[in-house]
Ligand binder design. Sequence first.
Ligand SMILES: NC(=O)c1ccc[n+]([C@@H]2O[C@H](COP(=O)([O-])OP(=O)(O)OC[C@H]3O[C@@H](n4cnc5c(N)ncnc54)[C@H](OP(=O)(O)O)[C@@H]3O)[C@@H](O)[C@H]2O)c1
Length: 275
Amino acid sequence: MITNLQDIVTLNNGVKMPGFGLGVYKMEDGQSVVQSVKAALKHGYRLIDTASYYHNEEGVGQAVRESGIPREEIFVTSKVWNDQQGYDNTLKAFEDSLEKLGLDYLDLYLVHWPVTGKFKDTYRALEKIYEEGKVRAIGVSNFQVHHLEDLLKDCKVKPVINQVEYHPHLTQEELKVYCEKENIQLEAWAPLKRGGVFDEPIIQELSEKYRKTPAQVILRWDVQHHVVTIPKSVKEQRIIENADIFDFSLTKEEVKQIDSLNRNERSGPDPDTFV
Ligand SMILES: NC(=O)c1ccc[n+]([C@@H]2O[C@H](COP(=O)([O-])OP(=O)(O)OC[C@H]3O[C@@H](n4cnc5c(N)ncnc54)[C@H](OP(=O)(O)O)[C@@H]3O)[C@@H](O)[C@H]2O)c1
């Protein structure tokens, strides 16, 4: 379990990745994303999660370059969007992302969604990019167990990460166990369910008990589950707040109480019907 904001998890290819980071979905390109990413880096974050779909890779790259922090100390993730999938399209999409970010390599590149009939060709392109050394690790996002089983039959390079919607209303137990067995790190998107779990009585109770905000209780629960988490905020105070979770610990019983809030309820699309 990570014990501070810059602590790392070791991925199945040996690459070390910070276990906590900033998501930038819905941050506007330009000053908004530049300021937020710079604030996060200033306050100790070292993992930034973007995607071509977010249309803010330029701003993320600008913030990384202007932060004054050596490039190799920052872990940058991007993703290939659904309409960019297929082998050749993905090779091009990767180059576009690199150019927009203004970087000469990525730390992690993900297949954003398992597009039916295409995701294996997309992943083959990721393998080529990986073999060429332009990305330090490759993985997937929004893959269910059956997508992973299908991919693992054919792939040469095992995905290091599966980034999925994960929060107290969607605990993804079967997928989590499968990923642990396969040594694929689970990463939580929408870890706060975009505010949709703060009012749960148990979250409120633990928030009072530990004098922490509901967001902090939930993000601490992620960490204790060994799930990499990337809450998004454009507000500097919340960026600081979200990462201030390493001075308290939930008991095993409390972790289970939060687990029991599961309703298999998504805030985003279902991977089996979306693409
Ligand atoms: N792979 C995928 O398909 C996928 C899909 C969705 C997201 N993601 C990634 O996961 C990241 C996180 O997910 P998300 O952005 O959808 O949702 P989230 O992190 O669960 O929630 C973000 C929302 O919560 C608010 N918030 C943040 N910290 C808060 C706090 N301490 N107290 C109260 N409200 C707070 C933010 O508002 P303010 O900004 O106003 O603070 C924002 O509205 C994304 O940014 C993206 O990088 C990946």
